[in-house]
Write a protein that binds this ligand. Structure first.
Ligand code: PNS
Length: 158
C-alpha cells in the first residue's frame, strides 16, 4: 500500500492540480492532498475553504483524502505515513525550485519526490493567474473545476 502526498497552496485548486492528483491516483494506492494552512502570500480562500473545495471536487473518490498542515511538509508527511511526495512540473521555470525542495525534503526525511509532467493543455494555468484573470473580469471557467468557479464568482462578483 503506497500513499502519495500532493502538497500545495491550492488558492484556488485548478484543473492542473486536479490532473496531477488524478494521475497520482493512477500510480499510487492512496493520495493525501496536503493543503498548507498559511501560505506565504495571503490567500484569497481560507484553509477551510480550500480544503472544502478539494473535498467537493473529489467527492466519491475514496482513495483521496484532503487535509491541512502547517510547519514543515516532511513533518506532516512522516506523521501521516507518506511514502512519496508528488509534484507537477509545468516547465523549466518550475524545475529549479522544485528540485531544491525535493532535495531538501529528502535530506530532512528520506522521502522521495516524484514529478509528473503537467498535461500541456494545463501548462499555462497557475492559481495566481486564475485569481488575476478573475479579479480583472476574465473568464476562468475552463481553468478550474465547476465547484471552484462557483466559489470564485462569489469571491469576485462579476
Ligand atoms: O502550491 P505551492 O504554493 O507551490 O506549494 C508550496 C508548498 C506548500 C508545497 C511548499 O511551500 C511547502 O512545502 N511548504 C511547507 C514548508 C516547508 O516544508 N518548507 C521547506 C520545503 S523544502
Amino acid at each position: 500500500m503506497t500513499i502519495a502526498l500532493c502538497p500545495g497552496s491550492f488558492d484556488p485548486p485548478t484543473n492542473g492540480h486536479v490532473d496531477v492528483i488524478q494521475r497520482s491516483l493512477a500510480i499510487f494506492d492512496e493520495v493525501v492532498v496536503g493543503v498548507i494552512g498559511n501560505p506565504s502570500k495571503s490567500p484569497m480562500f481560507s484553509a477551510e475553504e480550500r480544503v472544502d473545495l478539494l473535498r467537493k471536487v473529489f467527492t466519491g473518490v475514496d482513495r483521496v483524502g484532503v487535509e491541512t498542515f502547517d510547519g514543515l511538509l516532511v513533518d506532516f508527511a512522516v506523521g501521516r505515513g507518506i511514502d512519496v511526495i508528488v509534484k507537477g512540473l509545468r516547465g523549466v521555470a518550475d524545475f529549479d525550485s522544485e528540485l531544491q525542495m525535493a532535495q531538501m525534503n529528502h535530506h530532512l526525511s528520506g522521502i522521495e519526490t516524484c514529478f509528473v509532467a503537467t498535461n500541456p493543455s494545463h501548462g499555462y494555468i497557475s492559481s495566481s493567474l486564475v485569481k488575476e484573470v478573475a479579479r480583472l473580469g476574465g473568464n476562468t471557467d475552463r481553468l478550474v473545476p465547476a465547484e471552484v468557479q462557483q466559489a470564485l464568482n462569489a469571491k469576485v462578483p462579476r
